[in-house]
Design a protein around this ligand. Structure first.
Ligand code: FE
Length: 183
């Protein structure tokens, strides 16, 4: 009887520890996201006003890895981002300013290693610029609200547009549709 009680005691400690770790990890993730947006006064998913924020100010309010992509046009390594093979149903927002950019319906499985979409959420969600760096002529895609660098667009996408918006995961914030299950 004493042995059994001791065993139950051990099980309760183990289960309790696992539950606490799970709760702690989830809270930490949520806290990190909230913290990220709290430090960024320009982040809004509803304000569509075009932003004119200095580079020095962006450097202050964005985490370094996000700043380097959004403002210095860095490219994250293929197959390393959060969303290149992600299939959740929901909306993607600019991680720098909150501008709605893409719907998951327009996302398609691509072998390039970066999240790929065949169309933007709205025509003015993004804007385009010619990029002649690295000896190539490409079309750069920028956020329509904050002018942050998102990635590039290519003509090898699927129907109905034939376009491939090749994006950096780090510049995307994903909000799942409520009440729908991810694929
Ligand atoms: Fe933006």
């Amino acid at each position: 009887m004493i042995r059994l009680s001791f065993l139950l005691f051990l099980v309760s400690i183990t289960v309790g520890t696992c539950q606490n770790q799970g709760a702690k990890s989830k809270d930490a993730t949520t806290a990190k996201q909230v913290d990220l947006h709290n430090h960024n006064p320009y982040y809004s998913r509803t304000d569509t006003t075009h932003l004119n924020v200095s580079d020095a100010e962006w450097k202050k309010v964005l985490p370094e890895d996000l700043y380097l992509v959004a403002r210095k046009k860095a490219t994250e390594q293929a197959f390393t981002g959060r969303f290149w093979d992600f299939e959740g149903l929901g909306t993607y927002y600019c991680a720098a300013c909150g501008n709605p950019l893409f719907r998951s319906d327009a996302k398609f499985a691509s072998t390039c290693g970066w999240p790929s979409f065949y169309e933007a959420l709205r025509r003015n969600s993004v804007r385009y610029e010619t990029d002649t760096t690295y000896g190539m002529v490409r079309t750069e895609v920028l956020c329509g609200r904050c002018d942050g660098h998102l990635g590039h667009i290519f003509d090898d996408g699927p129907e109905p547009t034939g376009k491939r918006f090749c994006m950096n995961s780090i510049i995307l914030d994903f909000e799942p549709d409520s009440g729908k299950k991810s694929k």
